[in-house]
Design a protein around this ligand. Structure first.
Ligand code: ADP
Length: 474
């Protein structure tokens, strides 16, 4: 089959979170299954762009409202990522260093989607499926079906839309309607949700199939979806959950170049200890104590606002028997609190405020426990990376976390689970982690070994997506 993924992120070209990881890995695994797989993202000005070879494959022009823009499409020459990578360049809109958080994000991503549809409508043949990811590409299923400029060529091309995170929907006022190329005006309702243009809602209505990144998240969305609950309920017939996998070539402690000492299941004790030594040395922590880490965006969804209180409570209540390290960025208030706590709890707690791919790898390898108290977690990749690196996940029972982690109190369980995103539940779980680390070494070693043998690679899920596409064949 010929599959085109369209997304705002793709690792290692441009990544902010899990979306980047997924779009960097799923296409590679699909290509390995023998399919022709293309990934299209905006041409941001990131390092990857300057370090690789490109060829120009198309140039065109379109309107964004009354503003005419020129775009070009370039292709990476060497198939470096294991699939065909295309970047769309639009000067003045996409030629920025960051991916999001500009005032004109609506204009940027609508122009990207228009350019994509325009380019595709000029191909000599049609792909078998267009797979769109999250709200930045959510208008494509509508555009290919109903915008006159594209529908004559593309209306019958199947579209699949994956919801990686329904919190963000890309809403904009109807005053921006004229950005969307002329369309069959009877269909305006397919763009609308609660009197705004809602790209996520539009994609759920217009895509031929909708997927979310875990089964539990699919069910949760029917009663908690930031206003779209009824829509998810209404469209359940065409919706399903497919669990994300991890790129087990990149996330492999045996070959990972970011870590100090490589290891596998046989060498896990010594390997992890060397990495822990490095980490504790860098952050002035005690290597003999269990090390509990948090890696991720410092936002309410991840319950990062609870970290300052939960960590200080845990240090007091458990008499400093565990050490903590946080890597993340996000809400400036939380960042400030975590920065301040470094001085208050020196020797017990430390933090790195910012984004560091290399430090995140060292932390998965060197930590004993990874904490994820998330309020919402569509799939969660961190816990799967932790499993692969022999680091025990401590997770709240929600979304993909409850689909991938079982509590060590249950038969064959290998993680720590708790029910509420609360300071009390986290502090209590820290107590269980300390007890496990200090008093149950045999169980702890068994858990490590068991976790590392689990297969969370993309093999199975990549196949499930293919089956879904096959069911749409024209
Ligand atoms: P989300 O997509 O909601 O942020 P996921 O668990 O799906 O959460 O994916 C998070 C990804 O982003 C992981 O690869 C994680 O290691 C990475 N990550 C998040 N914050 C940072 C950071 N500050 N530095 C390095 N990597 C980070």
């Amino acid at each position: 089959m010929e599959i085109i993924h369209v997304s705002a992120e793709c690792y290692p070209v441009a990544k902010v979170g899990g979306l980047g990881d997924v779009v960097g890995a799923l296409p590679k695994y699909q290509a390995e299954l023998g399919h022709v797989v293309k990934v299209v993202i905006p041409m941001y000005r990131t390092k990857f762009l300057y370090e690789n070879q490109w060829e120009l494959v198309h140039e065109g022009g379109q309107n964004l409202g009354s503003h005419w823009f020129h775009y070009s499409v370039i292709k990476e020459k060497t198939n470096k990522l294991g699939f065909d990578l295309y970047l769309i360049d639009i000067n003045g809109l996409l030629d920025r260093e960051k991916i999001y958080d500009y005032e004109d994000d609506h204009e940027r991503f609508i122009a990207f989607q228009i350019a994509f549809c325009d380019w595709l409508s000029k191909w000599g043949h049609k792909p078998d499926v267009i797979h769109c990811h999250d709200h930045h590409t959510g208008l494509i299923p509508f555009m290919v079906k109903y915008c006159f400029a594209f529908s004559h060529r593309l209306a019958d091309v199947p579209t699949v839309f994956t919801v990686h995170n329904a919190q963000y929907q890309g809403w904009m006022g109807w005053d921006k309607y004229y950005y969307i190329p002329p369309y069959d005006s009877w269909k305006w309702g397919l763009l609308d949700w609660n009197n705004t243009i809602n790209p996520l809602a539009s994609a759920i209505k217009c895509a031929w199939k909708v997927t979310t990144v875990s089964n539990s998240y699919m069910q949760e969305l029917r009663y908690s979806a930031n206003g779209l609950e009824n829509l998810f309920e209404y469209e359940r017939g065409k919706s399903s959950g497919i669990l994300n996998g991890i790129d087990s070539q990149i996330w492999n402690p045996k070959t990972d170049n970011y870590i100090i000492k490589n290891y596998d299941r046989e060498l896990v004790e010594a390997g992890k200890r060397k990495n822990k030594k490095e980490l504790c040395g860098q952050f002035d922590l005690d290597i003999e104590k269990p090390l509990i880490v948090f890696i991720g965006r410092l936002v309410g969804e991840k319950a990062a606002d609870l970290l300052p209180d939960a960590i200080s409570q845990s240090i007091y209540q458990h008499h400093g028997k565990a050490n903590f390290l946080v890597l993340g960025s996000g809400d400036p208030h939380i960042e400030g609190q975590l920065d301040h706590m470094k001085h208050q709890f020196g020797g017990y707690f430390n933090s790195y405020i910012g984004y560091s791919e290399s430090l995140s790898h060292l932390m998965y390898a060197g930590a004993d426990f990874l904490l994820m108290p998330s309020r919402v977690e569509p799939c969660g990749l961190n816990q799967m990376y932790a499993l692969r690196y022999g680091t025990v996940p401590m997770v709240r029972s929600v979304g993909g976390l409850q689909d991938t982690i079982t509590d060590f109190g249950d038969p064959n369980g290998f993680g720590i689970r708790f029910n509420q995103p609360s300071v009390w539940d986290i502090t209590y779980s820290v107590g269980r982690a300390i007890d496990l680390y200090q008093n149950k070494p045999d169980l702890y070693h068994w858990m490590r070994n068991h976790m590392m043998a689990l297969d969370h690679s993309w093999d199975k899920s990549a196949q499930q997506y293919i089956q879904l596409y096959e069911s749409l064949k024209r």
